[in-house]
Design a binder for this molecule. Structure first.
Ligand SMILES: [Mg+2]
Length: 170
């Protein structure tokens, strides 16, 4: 029996346990980000105004580029994604605590959770104002979205990705 590798493993295990015990916890060295913490951080990001400022930064850059590019564009077009680009779903995002159930009612008298399909039919999601401003400026080829999947495909001369830590669409 080769005892040397076993002793090295035991020493490494004891060293890692000692480190964890010094901080008062016995745990594993790594794990994915905590979903509850991510929700708290996303809500703080939105409520602090940082999300709005992020939208304004990207939309202003898009508007500046459009103004520069528009005079020489041939058959310019604007392609906008809808959710979290042109329209905000923040109301249902909060109601569903960052979950995304598709089925189910969206009863305004109910605290939720609400179904996204029913929510879409309400037409209650307001315009994202920085994107609305871009729409008012636009006369050039452009694509804007909030998900990487909105922007792939190779049809855009320039792509603008708005911040969206609230959900992921693959
Ligand atoms: Mg979207």
């Amino acid at each position: 029996m080769n005892i040397r590798p076993a002793m090295l493993f035991l020493c490494a295990l004891l060293a890692s346990c000692a480190t964890a015990q010094e901080s008062g916890f016995i745990t594993v060295p790594s794990q994915p980000a905590n979903v509850g913490d991510a929700g708290t951080a996303a809500r703080a990001y939105h409520d602090s105004g940082a999300y709005q400022r992020g939208l304004e930064v990207v939309a202003n850059r898009a508007a500046r580029w459009i103004k520069t590019r528009a005079p020489s564009a041939h058959q310019p077009a604007l392609v906008l994604d809808i959710d979290e680009t042109a329209l905000s779903n923040w109301e249902i995002i909060v109601r569903d605590d960052f979950g995304r159930p598709i089925a189910g009612p969206a009863d305004l008298a109910s605290a939720g959770p609400w179904g996204w399909a029913a929510w879409d039919q309400l037409g209650r999601d307001p315009a994202i104002v920085p994107t609305l401003e871009v729409f008012r400026v636009v006369r050039a080829a452009n694509v804007m979205g909030d998900q990487l999947s909105d922007l792939i495909g190779g049809h855009a001369e320039r792509k603008f990705l708005l911040p969206d830590p609230f959900y992921r669409v693959p």
